[in-house]
Design a binder for this molecule. Sequence first.
Ligand code: ATP
Ligand code: MG
Length: 684
Amino acid sequence: MSASPQASTHGLNAPQREAIHYMDGPCLVLAGAGSGKTRVITTKIAKLIEEYGYEARNIAALTFTNKAALEMQERIAKLLKEPKQAKQLTVSTFHSLGVKILRQEAQALGLKDRFSIMDSDDCFSLVQEMAVTTDKQLIRRIQTAISLWKNGLIDPDTALNRAQDEDEAQAARIYRSYVATLSAYQAVDFDDLIRLPVELLRHNEQVRDRWQRKLRYLLVDEYQDTNTCQYELVKLLVTGLGKKPMFTAVGDDDQAIYAWRGATIENLKQLQVDFPDLKVIKLEQNYRSSTRILQAANAVIGNNPKLFEKSLWSEHGLGDPVKVMAMDDDEQEAEQVAILLSAHKFERRAKFSDYAILYRGNHQARVIEQALRRERIPYTISGGQSFFDRAEIKDIIAYLRLIANQDDDPAFIRAVTTPRRGVGQSTLETLGAFAGQWQCSLFEAVFKGGLEAKLAERQLAPLREFCTFINNLETHAHREGHAAGLLDDMMKAIDYEAYLYDTFDDRQAQSKWQNVIDFTTWLKEKGSGGKDGTDDERSLLDLTQMVALMSMLEGKDEEPDAVRMSTLHASKGLEFPHVFLVGVEEGILPHKGDPDAPADTLGARIEEERRLMYVGITRAQRSLHVTWCKRRKRAREYVHCDVSRFIKEMKLDEGDAVPTEEETITPQNRLANLKALLQKPRAA
Ligand code: ATP
Ligand code: MG
């Protein structure tokens, strides 16, 4: 069979083609930013289907964010003669693949297929309760420990045995009850989405065999950021007895930025150990950025020790100089970026969506948002959890979760108390104790005999009423099969709008209600298979689980022409013609880190921060502006800031590094500057 003209590898370079056509076994493409690794994956998938006779449903590609997955699927569709085939592919994050496996194999795990996915707040409250403390730092440390144990595939008993001191032992004991409680709720946390499938595939040959036959070719993007557990999942999916492991992984050790979540660069080396036949292919031509940007990126990352030797070059020409600008404070920084962006956009006849503003931490976003709003610049935020983290959205999600899984106690508590239905704290405590006695969920406990002895009729009645209400919605959801219809009825029945106006002042209530409307509209759109309505309609359960996954890393859908504001972490794999990298100061990038961390981890931490800087720089295609502030407001006071070592490491020409007076645009000299900018010759 010959390849379609669309899926041809024409225009790709020799090592890219080699990676695409390598079908003799496992293959690793190890290459720097913008060298076309993701492109290798999309083209290879098209080739697998059109040239190597694979069925789309037998191919899985794993990416890091839902958005990246979506984009990948679209790109593949464009490469295929029959674009529809792309729908049959499994293109998803590790976590979504985990959900898929868990849903299908729930029984083997003793889990309902309608399990809940706890968000990090739920997990936080759970640990808080178990640790009997209000010390947030301590709770977070325990949470991190639990997460690292889970990702390292260490069970509670082993964790306890290995504990070095009483603190660790306490964390391990909490880990044990945490696991037990989740299981009682028929719930999993984010780490479980990968850990449980791994345990299952490891111990259940039949299940492993089924998935190996289903997913015959595996592709992994951003391989450098997989953790032990994710690596294990890949391994289990590809290594069958007497069968050649078939997968292609692509990655860049210089872009490993998830060590804090347990990702280990060792996995890159381990791959060569576990698969001695591994074919390693390197790509060295960068197709994304102009040379000056690339030089700055190479110079910065050159300060890190090398795991694998690589050097990147580009054919795009020198391009614009990288601009570094010192700002007086963060307010000025935000304002300058907004003004400069407008001018730049006008000058280049660019679109808003050609721009990204990247920063280290979510807290930096607020002042930039305000400045963009003042300048009437449309923007979308990714990497923050702002939307799904809002109380009103979580309320609605709690209802959905509870309708899907009545054992979900955290969802029960949230839903039964919002709006208040005359169910008070003491009623809930009594119910909780009763459920504990019977080892059942709160929901089930409401209808258990014996509860009348513990609660007065006026306490019991609203509980029963609530549960009947949920039951009815559940029946409704079941009958309809899809979520869209249910949502309207549910919203009406809860009368959430009235609740908001009763509880908050009018302005707040209005804005919260608007959020709820946005959310339900979005959900309905997803529920009916997207804007084009071509997909199958999704069930409520699908949607609830999808929302849980969405909230993990990224925001809601975005506006078509808007500036992208994003954390550096969430910008991975993306590219933008023009990038503003803000807040590049000591203490922010590199981040100041945990003051209690042992001194010997400092070097590794700075190296990780440097990789983050490298990721930021290499998102830019044509222009890059880097800003830092001389002082910054912290809790009403200004603190002095130093320019980041990474700016010095970019080794820019003096002329680029220091902004001249006239380049600092103030509202006063703005017009003159705009004119000056427009008269400048356009860079090639
Ligand atoms: P990152 O490390 O940031 O994820 P990457 O290695 O995955 O980068 P891609 O995103 O695949 O790089 O490619 C970078 C850009 O270069 C894309 O716009 C892609 O379409 C383009 N590109 C890749 N290969 C080629 C090629 N052979 N010829 C022309 N353009 C290419
Ligand atoms: Mg990529």
